[in-house]
Design a protein around this ligand. Structure first.
Ligand code: UDP
Ligand code: MG
Length: 137
């Protein structure tokens, strides 16, 4: 069984979409192995998005990710990294396939409701950034 880090970003929480998004994951068959609500500090958000530190959108992205509380989850399932990315849809909701989370609810390329790890390596780093072993069931 594979694990991935999923985030319902501050826009998803503000829009009261926690239940909808978790329902998409659970009805797909993913198991929620860990979950918490957290308001990230600047350094927690910067560390999480370290790979994007040179990108032009980085500062705005950090402001967005620290603008309110978010939901952190570890999802478990077969091939969950790739399947979660498929459920999320493309980064830009204008390009996201119909029926995906971002096509249904995202407002913009930045405010796009969810995050999902994109590889086994990033899943390992991202889960470890937010969860200790005893918080994952
Ligand atoms: N992002 C942005 N502008 C861009 C590209 C990305 O604001 O041009 C934000 C967006 O919130 C995205 C996050 O930065 O989800 C991380 O970007 P990435 O390319 O990793 O997209 P993702 O993996 O989330 O689809
Ligand atoms: Mg990414």
């Amino acid at each position: 069984m594979q694990k991935t880090l999923s985030i319902i970003k501050p826009d998803g929480v503000a829009k009261k979409l926690i239940g909808e998004v978790v329902s998409v994951f659970e009805s797909t068959g993913f198991r929620v192995a860990a979950m918490k609500m957290k308001w990230l500090s600047k350094s927690e958000a910067e560390g999480f998005y370290y790979v994007h530190r040179e990108r032009p959108f980085f500062q705005e992205l950090i402001e967005f990710m620290t603008s309110g509380p978010l939901i952190l989850m570890v999802l478990e399932g077969e091939d969950v990294i790739k399947r979660n990315r498929e459920l999320m849809g493309a980064t830009d909701p204008a390009e996201a396939a119909a029926g995906t989370i971002r096509a249904r609810w995202a407002h913009s390329k930045q405010n796009n409701i969810v995050h999902g790890s994109d590889s086994e390596e990033s899943a390992k780093f991202e889960i470890g950034h937010f969860f200790s072993g005893i918080e994952i069931f």
